[in-house]
Design a protein around this ligand. Structure first.
Ligand SMILES: Nc1ncnc2c1ncn2[C@@H]1O[C@H](COP(=O)(O)OP(=O)(O)O)[C@@H](O)[C@H]1O
Ligand SMILES: [Mg+2]
Length: 564
């Protein structure tokens, strides 16, 4: 009766493995292109036809294989990349399981042409797992794998293929991800004879991004660089003002390998707290580098997932990294002619230090010909009673007075609520306000927050309340109107996208209490506003994801006036 249990013939085992590794044409593209990269290719060329059903071809100029290796390569668990289980720790190659080639060859008409030296070459055909005798082939150093009739012998799987356009899109995406991971390698993709992707070798990652998606998109990105102990977080985070509710790009790479990790992306999004409109989803490209033993890459057959030894630590670091990228004034939008990029370093001096400190010091000085510090104060100009202009070391800054004040108040209020609060100004004649039932409830629910920003409120009779003290964020502050609007917002669910109650309250208060556009400000007030903005933690964005400040780089002025 022991005849019930039998070791599967290897072709059947390969087809089963193919079920995990070769889900669709995109997986074939991914596995073959990864092999090309592992072989040290400088240029990876991919062709697909009919969404990959009729043809997938991946050619490389990598190290190639001699005949013996080529024959081994199409056998299950044959790999040149690891020798023992211990090698899995910190494995640096894309492949290591040794199952892609046999799996693909078991469900298609497979042909491999390879040469290790450009002199000798081998052609190997495998049809549905059955290999033909190897033949001589003439070709340059490198390897070409051609896959025809994918799933020809597994009709059930073929039925699951989607429309060619869909399969093409997914396959293109798979190659795009590899192109992001390896800017040092050129990639091209032809779909039904048409070139849809062709990116040259790039030295900087941002150049690769630009080659893939164009300069306008690349220009919306801020660089991320952050180190937390053994973990290095780099990549790009989109400026909050350019984030949109749909169509964002979100990529996570761990030790150079693309992974699906919604938690890392969520942590990156958390870094945007209070700088982005809650409905908007900024594009994110997160590259994590950490020691090999801090992450297990072998938890998924297609290696799309990894397991971190300390997930919480990684998420924290990612959040901090994004927050740090949004913090400098350089995170504000530069005013440039279309198609021109600002050299971020020119305005940030590599870090926020140069242009922030210089104007701060100058601004803090009393205006007039010579202040106590012996330096003249930096002139500020209010235009349209809405914007404040001033000079920085790197150009001209233009601040939106409402947005700027909103940011300043938000940070102040967060501090006040977390601490003891700020006593309000006692009114000689207390205010009486008539409110709706929902608004009264909102006052109740936020009583402590209101007290800490300076509103001392008491129920009066029916639906009215008496207000004894009020905050005084600026001389033109209208305490009654602000409170009315604030409770209406809180009761009406405005800012509903904010997850955190305290942050939502602070954002609503900041928005309602800030100076408005169209208010003329005194020179001293302008100065104070700008000084406080530049001293804020996240000065470049208001709480709705709009910029507080735009910058006209001096180099742009010089270019426009022909001084360069
Ligand atoms: N394009 C290529 N160039 C050179 N060698 C290759 C190429 N593709 C596959 N190989 C060889 O074939 C082996 C098996 O490939 P594969 O089945 O994808 O397994 P893995 O990549 O996990 O090792 C690889 O380890 C490598 O030695
Ligand atoms: Mg492989």
């Amino acid at each position: 009766m022991s005849a019930h249990v039998a070791v599967l013939p290897s072709t059947v085992a390969d087809q089963i493995a193919a079920g995990e590794v070769v889900e669709r044409p995109a997986s074939v593209v991914k596995e073959l292109a990864e092999n090309a990269l592992d072989a040290g290719a400088r240029h990876v060329r991919v062709e697909i036809e009919d969404g990959g059903r009729t043809l997938i071809r991946v050619s490389d100029d990598g190290e190639g294989m001699d005949r013996e290796d080529a024959q081994l390569a199409v056998q299950r668990h044959a790999t040149s990349k690891i020798r023992a289980a211990a090698d899995l720790v910190g494995v640096g190659s894309f492949g290591f399981r040794g199952e892609a080639l046999p799996a693909i060859a078991s469900v298609a008409r497979f042909e491999l042409e390879t040469s290790p030296d450009g002199a000798t070459g081998t052609r190997l055909r495998v049809t549905g797992g059955a290999p033909d005798a190897p033949q001589d082939a003439v070709r340059q150093r490198g390897t070409t794998v051609t896959v025809r009739g994918l799933f020809f012998n597994t009709p059930a799987r073929r039925k699951f293929l989607r429309a060619p356009a869909t399969e093409t899109r997914v396959a293109t995406e798979a190659l795009t991800v590899l192109a992001l991971a390896r800017p040092d390698v050129a990639f091209s993709l032809q779909v039904d004879g048409r070139v849809v992707l062709d990116v040259p070798v790039a030295t900087r990652r941002i150049d690769r991004i630009q080659a893939l998606w164009g300069r306008p998109f690349a220009d919306t990105l801020l660089g991320v660089t952050h180190r937390s102990g053994p973990l290095e977080v780099t990549g790009f985070a989109q400026r909050p003002a350019q984030a949109t509710p749909a169509g964002r790009k979100g990529y996570v790479f761990v030790r150079g390998r693309a992974v699906r990790d919604p938690f890392v992306l969520r942590a990156a999004e958390a870094g945007y707290r209070s700088t982005v409109n809650p409905g908007d989803r900024p594009s994110l490209l997160v590259f994590l580098d950490l020691p090999g033993d801090a992450v297990d890459v072998n938890v998924h057959p297609a290696k799309l997932e990894v397991r971190f030894r300390d997930k919480f630590f990684v998420e924290q670091a990612v959040e901090q990294a994004v927050r740090a990228a949004l913090a400098p004034l350089a995170a504000a939008s530069p005013l440039m002619a279309p198609g021109r990029t600002v050299d971020a370093a020119a305005w940030s001096g590599g870090s926020a230090a140069v242009p922030v400190q210089a104007p701060l010091e100058l601004l803090a000085a009393e205006s007039g010909p010579a202040s106590a510090s012996g330096r003249p104060g930096l002139p500020l100009l209010q235009v349209f009673d809405t914007y404040v202009l001033f000079q920085t070391d790197a150009g001209v800054a233009i601040v939106d007075q409402h947005s700027a004040h909103e940011r300043v108040l938000y940070e102040q209020v967060m501090g006040q609520i977390a601490g003891d609060g700020m006593p309000g100004q006692r009114l000689l004649l207390p205010l009486t306000l008539e409110l709706t039932a929902a608004e009264l409830e909102a006052i109740d629910a936020h009583a402590e927050f209101l007290r800490r920003v300076g509103y001392e409120i008491e129920p009066f009779s029916g639906r009215s309340v008496v207000v004894h003290t009020v905050p005084n964020p600026h001389p033109r502050f209208d305490a009654a109107r602000c409170l009315q609007e604030l409770v209406a917002d809180l009761a009406g669910g405005r800012f509903g996208g904010w997850a955190n109650r305290l942050e939502r309250f602070a954002a609503t208060f900041a928005c309602r209490a800030a100076v408005k556009a169209g208010q003329r400000l005194e020179p001293g007030e302008l100065r104070e506003l700008v000084v406080r903005l530049l001293a804020a933690t996240l000065p470049a964005h208001d709480v709705h994801g709009r910029p507080t400040i735009v910058h006209l780089p001096r180099e742009e002025l010089e270019r426009r006036f022909g001084r360069t």
